[in-house]
Design a protein around this ligand. Structure first.
Ligand SMILES: Cc1cc2nc3c(=O)[nH]c(=O)nc-3n(C[C@H](O)[C@H](O)[C@H](O)COP(=O)(O)OP(=O)(O)OC[C@H]3O[C@@H](n4cnc5c(N)ncnc54)[C@H](O)[C@@H]3O)c2cc1C
Length: 483
């Protein structure tokens, strides 16, 4: 060795490999929750990476219906013009017990009075692309295989209590499973929290290569099946509402109808009314999205076969829609709908759940896209505070904020689900409600979460009354209705 070639021996870690890049945030899942979270973080200048196991555009089982709440979120991300590729509609037509009611979306100071239908095939890529344009690194066809846990961190590895257990399989394109990863009843389980996570081992689904992606914070937005979340120890609270739904596409002469349609008296094979609804959502591209959704919370509805429910609904749908085996564009696919913030815990020191991974679907109507955008955006806001210096305390504020923003509404929603899971009560509610257009219009405002804060309208007063009933109900009755 001479003075000319003398170099210090590299430190062992450097000699072996360059230190891996540590992102500010890793987002697992590039659906509505993950892409909105990534967009808002990147827009604020943070270094965010998203891993999405599929390649956009990709099929996603959904009704493809965007309510005014969802349109507002897309507009805030600068995407309202892009929605023109979809189909604008003006309200909901409700059918049942021989009645048909057309209800335009109500006027609201914050939300538009229209919605869109657009296939998730077309929509989800738009939002992911928007996040990438804002500066997020979006890794498509990249699957998060397992979390990298901090040394000494607890958690339940996949296959453990919170892991991937066998359940009834239904024909979703993700192989969604029903029944895996459930926890016993519990009020939010505030005591538990998710273990610290340093990132994920990811696999390129095209080349098969695996590598590590590391980050200071991790957002779990991998949808209702949430394998990654369950590997970290999240679990659905038993007794919280869970929906199951199937959808298929049909060619239809009424593809450009300006109302989406719901049918409130769907029946099982024995002709019994079931708690759920059938829908026909016009897409404006020659097709309609047709589906059935069922609340399977109550034991007595667990055995209902959704495929037969779907067949019966299609066979009995108004002839003017032209639904038949000849106009079907392919077999239906299905998925599950975890509702009412059913998945807990929502946070850890550096991990957050958003969207279906946290069970954020509205129990009143099964709407999940708006709540995925909203919870993704809220997660981004609290992560921004954490990254700017507040640290893990900001994540606990996210938890508290979710309770403030959705807790009361979802508590009333759970009571509603309990009520309509009782066949006699459901029959009475729908039969009576469908006789009054004025009543149904106010109910729509409540069910679509379009109430005006501080406004003394009928819907707002009715909702306050429901909340008070829920709050003052004797504990034993409350526990059976609000569990
Ligand atoms: C039949 C049916 C009809 C519905 N209809 C409507 C409707 O009309 N309107 C409405 O508002 N809601 C509807 N919903 C609910 C709505 O689809 C969901 O609430 C919404 O998709 C939730 O968004 P998300 O981002 O949380 O999850 P998802 O949309 O499921 O996105 C999760 C993403 O994560 C990816 N992913 C999963 N695991 C991994 C992994 N390990 N690594 C990397 N990527 C991963 C998935 O590929 C997916 O792209 C319906 C649901 C069903 C089942």
């Amino acid at each position: 060795m001479t003075a000319a070639d003398a170099t210090p021996t590299p430190a062992p870690s450097r000699r072996r490999r360059k230190a891996p890049h540590v992102h500010d945030v890793l987002v697992v899942g590039g659906g509505p929750a993950g892409s909105s979270c990534a967009y808002w973080l990147a827009d604020a200048g943070w270094d965010v990476a998203v891993v999405e196991k599929k390649q956009f555009p990709r099929e996603k089982t959904c009704g493809d219906g965007l309510t005014p709440r969802a349109v507002r979120q897309l507009a805030d991300m600068g995407l309202e013009d892009a929605l023109e590729a979809g189909h604008r509609y003006w309200g909901l037509r409700s059918c049942g017990w021989g009645q048909v009611l057309e209800m335009p979306w109500p006027q609201h100071p914050v939300f538009p009075s229209y919605g869109y239908t657009i296939t998730r095939h077309d929509l989800d890529g738009l939002v992911a692309e928007r996040a990438a344009k804002a500066g997020a690194s979006v890794h498509q066809h990249t699957e998060a295989l397992s979390p990298i846990l901090a040394e000494g961190a607890g958690g339940s590895p996949a296959g453990g209590k919170g892991g991937d257990r066998e359940g009834d399989r239904i024909g979703g394109e993700d192989g969604d499973r029903i029944g895996g990863g459930e926890a016993g009843p519990g009020p939010g389980d505030g005591a538990r929290h998710l273990p610290s996570c340093l990132g994920a081992v990811v696999r390129d689904t095209e080349s098969g290569e695996t590598r590590e992606l590391r980050a200071r914070y991790v957002v779990v937005a991998d949808g209702s099946n949430s394998r990654f979340g369950r590997a970290l120890g999240s679990a659905r609270q038993k007794g919280y509402p869970l929906g199951m739904a199937l959808r298929g596409y049909y060619r239809s002469p009424r593809h450009d109808d300006v109302y989406i349609e719901s049918h409130l008296d769907i029946r099982d094979a024995d002709g019994n009314a079931v708690p759920g609804y059938g829908w026909i959502f016009p897409l404006g591209d020659g097709r309609v999205n047709v589906g059935v959704g069922l609340l399977s919370t109550d034991q007595r509805w667990k055995g209902v076969n959704t495929s037969r429910l779907m067949d019966a609904f299609v066979a009995g749908a108004p002839a003017s829609w032209g639904l038949s085996p000849e106009t079907s564009c392919g077999p239906p696919t299905g998925g599950k709908l975890p509702m009412s913030m059913a998945v807990q815990p929502h946070t850890g020191d550096n991990v957050l759940l958003a969207g279906d991974a946290g069970g954020s679907i509205n129990p009143f109507n099964g709407e999940g896209i708006a709540y995925a955008y909203e919870t993704g955006r809220l997660a981004a806001a609290f992560l921004g505070a954490a990254l700017a210096g507040e640290g893990p305390a900001a994540l606990r504020r996210y938890d508290r904020h979710l309770t403030e923003a959705y807790g009361d509404y979802y508590r009333v929603g759970r009571a509603f689900v309990r009520l309509i899971s009782n066949p006699a009560a459901m029959h009475w509610c729908v039969a009576v409600g469908m006789r009054s257009e004025a009543f149904m219009k106010e109910l729509l405002r409540i069910m679509a979460n379009l109430m005006r804060p501080g406004a003394p309208g009928v819907a707002e007063l009715g909702y306050d009354l429901l909340l008070r009933i829920a709050d003052t109900m004797p504990p034993e009755l409350a526990s059976s209705l609000l569990a």
